[in-house]
Each structure stands twice: as structure tokens, then as C-alpha cells.
Design a protein. Structure first.
Length: 90
């Protein structure tokens, strides 16, 4: 009986730890599933894109999209970052 009381007291004392670890576990699982869903969508789109267009059209579209992003960034705030423009395309 004493052992059961000790467990209950321990749970009451460490309640914030159990709540925090439960919330972090739920958030981690949610992020995993969201990234999994997004990756599947990107993969499906890219397979259709590469199967239906020729490599010349793919190259033209990707380069023109990249250049449009660069010019839009320069017009907006006159600053340019390679990392920002590449990540905005991807």
C-alpha cells in the first residue's frame, strides 16, 4: 500500500514533466505526419511534371521561375540572398 501512495505522490509532483513530454510527443508526431504528407504531394506532382514535359521545357520553366523569383525579390526590398531565393523556389 505504501508503494502505491509513493507512485501517486511522484506523479503529482512531476505532473508538469508528464504534460510537457506528452505535448512535445504530440507535436513531433504531427510534424512528422505533415512532412510525410507534403513530401508525398511533392513527389506525385514532380513525377507527373517530369513525365508529361520534355527536358527542354522543364529546364526553361525552372530557370524562368528562378529568374522571376530573383527579380521579384530585387524589386521588393532591393536585397538578394541566394539561400532565400533557392529555398523559395523549392
Amino acid at each position: 500500500m505504501k508503494l502505491n501512495k509513493r507512485y501517486i505522490r511522484s506523479i503529482k509532483e512531476n505532473r508538469s514533466f508528464y504534460i510537457a513530454s506528452s505535448v512535445l510527443t504530440i507535436v513531433t508526431l504531427l510534424m512528422f505526419y505533415l512532412f510525410n504528407i507534403a513530401g508525398t504531394g511533392i513527389l506525385d506532382f514532380s513525377e507527373d511534371f517530369f513525365l508529361t514535359t520534355s527536358w527542354r521545357m522543364q529546364t526553361f520553366l525552372l530557370i524562368s521561375l528562378f529568374l522571376m523569383r530573383i527579380l521579384h525579390g530585387w524589386k521588393r526590398n532591393m536585397t538578394y540572398s541566394w539561400k532565400h531565393s533557392i529555398m523559395s523556389i523549392l
